[in-house]
Write a protein that binds this ligand. Structure first.
Ligand SMILES: [Zn+2]
Length: 156
C-alpha cells in the first residue's frame, strides 16, 4: 500500500511539472493555486498551461514605443523594443531576447516538434521560437501578448 501510494505520488507529481516549466528562482516556485490568484484566467492558461492566445488579441502586437517587455508572471525583463518586429502573424514578435531571460524546451503538442520558450525566473510559458525570423539572428520569438507587460522607456 505504501509503495503504491508512493508510485501514484510520483505520477501526479510529474504531471504537475509537465504543466509548466520549472522556476529557476525558488522564490517564484509557486503553487498552481497561488498562480491562479496572481493571474487573470487568460494569463494563467498561457503562462501556466502553455496555452496560446488568439492572434491579434493583444494590444502589445501594435506596441511601437521604446521600452522593455516584462514577464506578466514575475516582471522579469524578457525583451527589448529594439528587437521587436512586425511579423504579420498577430502575435508580438522579436528576433532576440534579453540575455539570460528565457529558456527553451521542445514540445510535441502539434505532433511536429516545436521549440517552446519560457521565462527563466518563474518558468512561465511565453511562446514558441521559429527559424524564419529576420537578420541578424534569423529567429522569430512568437510571444503571447498576455504573457507580457510593457514598460515604456522613461522620457525626460
Ligand atoms: Zn517570469
Amino acid at each position: 500500500m505504501g509503495l503504491l501510494t508512493g508510485i501514484l505520488g510520483i505520477f501526479s507529481k510529474s504531471s504537475e511539472v509537465l504543466a509548466a516549466s520549472k522556476a529557476e528562482d525558488v522564490s517564484w516556485s509557486l503553487s498552481n493555486a497561488a498562480w491562479r490568484k496572481r493571474l487573470s484566467p487568460q494569463a494563467y492558461k498561457v503562462l501556466r498551461e502553455e496555452g496560446t492566445e488568439p492572434p491579434f488579441s493583444s494590444l502589445l502586437n501594435d506596441e511601437k514605443r521604446e521600452g522593455i517587455f516584462l514577464c506578466a508572471g514575475c516582471e522579469a525583463p524578457l525583451f527589448s523594443s529594439e528587437k521587436k518586429f512586425d511579423s504579420g502573424t498577430g502575435w508580438p514578435s522579436f528576433w532576440e531576447s534579453l540575455p539570460n531571460a528565457i529558456s527553451t524546451k521542445v514540445d510535441y503538442k502539434l505532433i511536429v516538434p516545436r521549440t517552446e520558450y519560457h521565462c527563466i525566473r518563474c518558468g512561465g510559458h511565453q511562446g514558441h521560437v521559429f527559424n524564419d525570423g529576420p537578420r541578424p539572428t534569423g529567429k522569430r520569438y512568437c510571444n503571447n501578448g498576455i504573457a507580457l507587460t510593457f514598460q515604456p522607456k522613461a522620457t525626460i
